[in-house]
Design a protein around this ligand. Structure first.
Ligand code: SF4
Length: 449
């Protein structure tokens, strides 16, 4: 049986020529068929001044676009939708994608504003049996995944397979984003499988996907098969691919191999994997000294890592990263004055202990956090204890958790950042208006034709 090929290459910096050359070689080695257009999906979960490693690097994409152009694909479409309730317009500009698309003459399809006028049936779908998509994405073309490799609190790693969570319409994005996350990922992957994967692992992200800390890995990965690509990426980071739930589920549904002996790894630079456990997520209770964490059982004793548990970890990472960034005082005089008015200067922090509970918690809650306790998630309870705040949802939005955790622990709050706040809100309003306009014009013209 023919083995899936995964190509590894050492590229230490975002050198456009090196990435362009690698992409051209990958197209040749993987024998990628030429088509009239390419649909490129990056990972742009969000982009702010303090989250500059959360997304596929624009210079990585530039190298990919140039190589696609050279292979005869002149019509290139970049499509994306953010996570974390971030307006894509804002992230698109802050990430540098806006300028990149103009310079490289690439069309941008904003999934937050587009009309999802087509439905894709999902064979064997367990969480979703069909997904709505803009019909443009279903036209004849090469589907290119361009993820950024990151360590993920809910899924160990995020690479090619998890990338397609970003094509799920926001109104249904969090549907069963809980202990069924692995199945949800496999459904989304089945809905829109790639022809080519080009993974940015030059600088990877750790300690949260929304606001990660960078680690220079200096590797790029190419493959045709997303499961094989992620299995090799997991191995590189010291994980056992068979123990990563969504990879095991994807492999079980016949989407690709996770057994490295069944993958042909083309590794001319002799890149070695990290030691086992090198990139393992830290225990949630150790992430922030001011936030104590209490985890109970959820759903038949399974850990709800894909839901509130992972989102609690993400929210704490987010607060931690933002606080560390703000301590560098990279803001001007006016912003500093505004932050002072809101009590959001680093010197104004007056931390107090906060307790966060997830699931059905049976243990003791220490006295020092009893009066400042948050229950996160619809299923959360603790016998005889009343929370100060019960955040409802299944799961609770990561943004809501971040906002409330920082408020209740009296820490610097990324959602009260005045510099990001104004363009953020402007982008939300414009995005909503354009979406409504697009829906109206779509229905009007469809009726007339
Ligand atoms: S409410 Fe309960 S089941 Fe739902 S995501 Fe949160 S922890 Fe999981």
């Amino acid at each position: 049986m023919r083995k899936e090929k995964v190509i590894l290459k050492r590229i230490d910096s975002y050198d456009v020529q090196a990435i362009r050359h690698f992409t051209g070689e990958a197209i040749r080695i993987l024998d990628i068929e030429s088509k009239p257009r390419a649909f490129v999906k990056p990972n742009l979960v969000q982009a702010t001044r303090y989250a500059e490693h959360a997304y596929t690097h624009p210079e990585f994409l530039r190298g990919v676009f140039k190589a696609l152009n050279e292979s005869g694909i002149t019509e290139r479409v970049l499509f994306e939708d953010c996570g974390l309730a971030v307006p894509l317009r804002h992230a698109f500009r802050t990430s540098g994608y806006n300028r990149l698309c103009k310079e490289e003459k690439v069309r941008f399809l904003n999934l937050s504003e587009a009309v999802h006028d087509a439905f894709v049936k999902i064979k064997g779908g367990e969480v979703h049996t069909e997904l709505p998509l803009p019909s443009l994405l279903l036209q004849d073309g090469i589907r290119v995944y361009a993820p950024k490799l990151k360590v993920h609190s809910q899924t160990d790693i995020t690479g090619a397979c998890k990338l397609m969570i970003g094509i799920i319409k926001r109104s249904i994005r969090l549907h069963r984003h809980h202990y069924d996350l692995g199945r949800k990922i496999v459904d989304a992957l089945t809905a829109y499988p790639p022809d080519l994967i080009l993974m940015d692992a030059i600088t990877i992200g750790i300690n949260g996907v929304g606001c990660p800390d960078p680690v220079d890995l200096g590797v790029v990965i190419a493959a045709r098969n997303p499961v094989a690509a992620d299995a090799v990426a997991a191995w590189l980071l010291g994980f056992d691919p068979a123990k990563i739930e969504h990879l095991a589920l994807a492999s079980g549904r016949g989407l690709g191999p996770i057994d490295l002996s069944k993958i042909e790894i083309i590794n001319p630079d002799g890149i070695k994997p990290a030691r086992k456990g090198a990139f393992k997520e830290r225990d949630i209770g150790t992430l922030n000294p001011h936030i104590r964490y209490f985890e109970g059982q959820v759903h038949d004793g399974r850990r709800c890592r894909g839901g509130c548990i992972g989102f609690v970890a993400e929210a704490i990472h987010y607060v931690n990263h933002y606080r560390a960034w703000r301590r560098q005082e990279k803001v001007g005089f006016v912003a500093r004055a505004l932050f002072r008015l809101l009590g959001q200067q680093p010197s104004q922090e007056r931390p107090r202990s906060l307790g966060v509970v997830v699931g059905d918690y049976q243990g003791e809650i220490p006295a020092d956090v009893k009066d400042n306790l948050i229950f996160a998630g619809d299923c959360t309870r603790a016998d005889g204890v009343k929370p100060r705040v019960h955040l409802k949802g299944c799961p609770v939005y990561m943004g809501k958790k971040t906002l409330v955790f920082a408020l209740r622990a009296r820490l610097l709050n990324p959602y009260l950042d005045v510099v990001e706040g104004i363009p953020f809100l402007r982008a939300v309003v414009i995005e909503r208006l354009i979406k409504v306009w697009n829906i109206i014009t779509h229905h009007f013209f469809r009726r007339r034709t």
